[in-house]
Design a protein around this ligand. Structure first.
Ligand code: ASC
Length: 151
């Protein structure tokens, strides 16, 4: 084997052994994972609500705040899912999450897509454009909560 080939193979093994560790939060115990997902989902909710309150006329429209909040929501919604790993049942999460991983991940992915669309809409600075994508984004949050969150 050439020196390059052996280095390349060593690099592949290293990549397989340490998958995306750098970006992924590690949880020492299940409660840490539960706290992380609750914190990120709560902050997501705050940002989403800020936009929804403007769209619903409960707050005056501020295009910059709407854009920043929707952008922050789109970043936050990518984060909680890693904290629903094996053995982290608890909080308001229904046990079905761990029995229906494919459906759970599918709903989470759809919510990511809809909130990303809301962030794109908010970039226009146009309230009607924001309103047009808010319904689908809210429905995508609700779909997951209806199936997988205890009240
Ligand atoms: C929120 C929130 C949700 C969604 C959803 C919209 O503010 O916490 O889960 O909006 O209720 O239907």
């Amino acid at each position: 084997m050439t020196r390059f080939a052996s280095l390349a193979i060593a690099a592949l093994f290293a990549a397989a052994a340490f998958p995306v560790v750098a970006q992924t939060p590690q949880f020492a115990k299940p409660d840490d994972a539960i706290k992380f997902r609750q914190d990120t989902l709560k902050e997501l909710q705050k940002n989403f609500k800020r936009v929804a309150d403007m769209a619903g006329g409960r707050d005056p429209f501020d295009a910059k705040v709407a854009e920043e909040s929707a952008q922050r929501a789109a970043e936050l919604i990518k984060q909680p899912w890693v904290a629903f790993g094996p053995g982290t049942e608890g909080g308001k999460a229904k046990p079905e999450i761990w029995r229906e991983q494919d459906k759970f991940k599918d709903l989470a992915g759809k919510a990511e897509v809809e909130v990303a669309k809301l962030a794109v809409a908010a970039k226009t600075g146009n309230l009607d454009t924001i309103k047009a994508s808010l319904g689908a984004a809210g429905a995508s949050c609700k779909a997951c909560h209806d199936s997988y969150r205890n009240r």
